[in-house]
Design a protein around this ligand. Structure first.
Ligand SMILES: Nc1ncnc2c1ncn2[C@@H]1O[C@H](COP(=O)(O)OP(=O)(O)OP(=O)(O)O)[C@@H](O)[C@H]1O
Ligand SMILES: [Mg+2]
Length: 504
C-alpha cells in the first residue's frame, strides 16, 4: 500500500457470541480527506470504528497509523495516536455542566491545582461558537435539547487537536443550519490536513462533503472509490444489494372523522397560539429549525409539560392532559426522539423493550405470555427488517438503527388511534426508511391519525398530506403537499415569510 495513508485497517474480523459481524474488513484513509463509511443498519460500521477507537479489540487483522502497526488496547491508546471519536450514541454526562463535559478527564488546573474554570468556559464558548451556536458553558447538559448535546459531543472532539476524527452519525439530531456550520468546519479541518471518517445515512451529505467512500454490507467491504465517480443510486444499490426508488408515496385516501383538535395552545416561552385539526387517515407533518418549538408542543400535548392556555379535543371531547397516562388513555401515542434518553431501557431485552408500553397485551391474569410476546416481536422483525440474532440480549447490543426500529415497534404495538412520531427515521438506513414510510402510510390507510415531526424536509414531503412549518414557537405556514417544496418551506422556517391569513 502507498505511504500516503494515515490509517490502514486491514482484514479485520470481529464476532460477537460467535456471530461474525466483520469479515476481512479493510479501510484506508488518506491525509486530509473526508471518507464516507456507508452501509445498512447493522452492517458493522460502528463496530469497525469501535475497534479503531480502542473500545474493543478485533479478533483478527492489523491497524497501521502513519505506516506503523499499532495495538489499540484501549480508548486512551487510540486518543494518544491522535484519533478522536464522536460516538453515535451520545456520551455527554447530563448531570455535568457543558464545560465540565468538554474537559472531562482533561481538566485544566493552575499551579495550585485549582480548576481554571473561566479559561475552560472561554475555550468551550469559542469551540461551540465555531459550530454556529451559542450555549452557556455553565448550563447543565440535562437542560439542553438533543441537538445541543450532539454539538457538545462534536465540540469535545474538536478540542483535542486530532489528526483523525471519527464521526459516527454526527448530524442525526442537527437541523440544516447546524449541519451547514459543521460542514464548513470539516472543510477547515480538511484544509489543515486532518482526516475524517464520516458515517451517515443521509446520502446528500455524503455527496456534498465526502471525497471517497467505503461500503460495508453484512460485515464485508463491497465497494470503495471516489464519491465524484458514483451517483447515489449506484451507492445505494451497493449498500442494500438492490435498487431503492425515491418517489413520493401516493395515498389519496379520504380523511375520516376529526380525531384531534387543538385550539389556541400556548406555553409561555415555548409556543404560542397553536391551532390545528387532525383527521382519521390523515398524516400531518411539522417541520422547522432548531428552537422552532415543535418538540415542546407535542411534549405538552402528550402531557410531559404543562401548557398555560388553550384546549385539546380528542374525537370531539375536551380532554385535560397533564400526564402521559392521560394522553395514552385519550388515545394519543408518542414516539419520542433521542432514544437513548427517552425511549429504550438499556438493561432490558429486545423483546421486553418492544412490549413494555403495551404489557397488557401480553398479560393474562397477571402473568406475562412469552409466546405471544415472541410472535408479535417476530411480526415486527419481519415488517421493519430488524436485524437481531437473539432478541433475548439486552437492547444496547443492537446497532443504532435497529434500536430505533424496536422503539417504533413498541409504539405500533401500543396501537393508539392517534400516533405522533418525533424524528421517526433518525439513524435509519435508506432501504429501511422506505419500509417505515410504507408502514406509516398503511397505518393511515387503516384509519389511524398520524403526526410526523421531522427536521428532514424531504421526509416530510414524501409522506405527509399537509405540512406545518414552525418558527420560534408559532406555525408560520400550513401547506398542502402539492404546493410545498424545500425552498418554500425553508422561507417559512427561517421566518422570512409568513402565511398569516391561513393560520387558524
Ligand atoms: N456489543 C455487542 N454485542 C453483540 N452484538 C453486537 C454488539 N455490538 C454490535 N453488535 C452487532 O453487530 C452488528 C453490527 O452492528 P453495528 O453497530 O456495527 O452496525 P452499524 O453499521 O453501525 O449500524 P447502524 O447504521 O444501525 O448504526 C449488529 O448486528 C449488532 O447487533
Ligand atoms: Mg452504527
Amino acid at each position: 500500500m502507498s505511504g500516503n495513508y494515515v490509517l490502514e485497517m486491514e482484514n479485520i474480523d470481529k464476532s460477537f457470541n460467535r456471530v461474525p459481524v466483520l469479515k476481512q474488513a479493510s479501510l484506508c484513509l488518506e491525509e486530509g480527506e473526508i471518507h464516507a463509511l456507508l452501509g445498512e443498519n447493522g452492517a458493522g460500521k460502528s463496530t469497525l470504528m469501535n475497534i479503531l477507537g480502542g473500545i474493543f479489540p478485533a479478533d483478527k487483522g492489523t491497524i497501521k497509523v502513519n505506516g506503523k502497526q499499532v495495538e489499540m488496547t484501549d480508548p486512551r491508546t487510540s486518543q494518544q495516536l491522535g484519533i478522536s471519536f464522536i460516538h453515535q450514541e451520545l456520551n455527554v454526562v447530563a448531570d455535568l455542566k457543558v464545560y465540565e463535559n468538554m474537559f472531562l478527564g482533561r481538566e485544566r488546573r493552575n499551579r495550585l491545582g485549582l480548576l481554571k474554570v473561566e479559561e475552560m468556559c472561554r475555550k468551550t464558548s469559542e469551540v461551540i461558537a465555531g459550530l454556529g451556536v451559542e450555549i452557556d458553558p455553565k448550563a447543565y447538559v440535562r437542560q439542553l435539547d438533543a441537538s445541543y448535546k450532539q454539538l457538545i459531543e462534536i465540540a469535545k472532539a474538536l478540542l483535542q487537536d486530532s489528526k483523525i476524527i471519527i464521526m459516527d452519525e454526527p448530524t442525526t439530531a442537527l437541523t440544516e443550519h447546524e449541519v451547514h456550520r459543521l460542514f464548513t468546519l470539516m472543510k477547515n479541518l480538511k484544509a489543515a490536513n486532518v482526516s475524517i471518517i464520516y458515517i451517515s445515512h443521509k446520502l446528500k451529505e455524503i455527496q456534498e462533503i465526502c471525497d471517497r467512500y467505503t461500503v460495508l454490507r453484512d460485515g464485508k467491504i463491497v465497494g470503495s472509490g471516489r464519491v465524484a465517480d458514483q451517483n447515489v443510486t449506484a451507492i445505494t444499490k451497493m449498500m442494500v444489494g438492490k435498487s431503492v426508488s425515491e418517489e413520493r408515496f401516493v395515498h389519496n385516501h379520504a380523511a375520516g372523522r376529526e380525531m384531534l383538535h387543538v385550539t389556541g395552545l400556548t406555553s409561555a416561552g415555548r409556543f404560542r397560539d397553536i391551532n390545528f385539526t387532525l383527521h382519521a387517515g390523515e398524516i400531518l407533518g411539522f417541520t422547522g429549525l432548531a428552537g422552532d418549538g415543535r418538540t415542546e408542543l407535542f411534549e405538552s400535548i402528550f402531557g410531559f409539560n404543562k401548557t398555560s392556555s388553550g384546549s385539546i379535543e380528542v374525537e370531539g371531547r375536551s380532554v385535560p392532559i397533564n400526564h402521559p397516562k392521560q394522553a395514552l388513555q385519550a388515545g394519543i401515542g408518542f414516539v419520542p426522539k433521542d432514544r437513548k434518553e427517552n425511549a429504550i431501557i438499556k438493561d432490558l431485552s429486545v423483546y421486553h423493550n418492544m412490549s413494555i408500553s403495551a404489557l397488557s397485551h401480553f398479560e393474562r391474569m397477571g402473568f406475562l405470555q412469552p409466546n405471544q410476546e415472541k410472535s408479535r416481536f417476530h411480526h415486527f422483525k419481519e415488517a421493519l427488517n430488524i436485524k437481531v440474532h437473539d432478541p433475548k440480549v439486552t437492547i444496547d447490543k443492537l446497532s443504532g438503527g435497529n434500536q430505533q426500529k424496536v422503539v417504533l415497534a413498541k409504539w405500533l404495538e401500543v396501537d393508539t388511534p392517534i400516533l405522533v412520531f418525533d424524528n421517526p427515521t433518525q439513524g435509519i438506513d435508506i432501504g429501511a426508511k422506505r419500509e417505515i414510510y410504507q408502514l406509516i402510510v398503511q397505518l393511515a390507510e387503516q384509519g389511524k391519525a398520524i403526526i410526523i415531526l421531522s427536521s428532514e424536509v424531504p421526509e416530510i414531503l414524501k409522506v405527509c398530506h399537509t405540512i406545518h412549518v414552525m418558527y420560534q414557537g408559532e406555525i408560520t405556514a400550513k401547506l398542502k403537499r402539492d404546493q410545498a417544496n424545500e425552498d418554500e418551506i425553508m422561507k417559512y422556517a427561517t421566518g422570512s415569510k409568513r402565511e398569516v391569513e391561513h393560520i387558524g
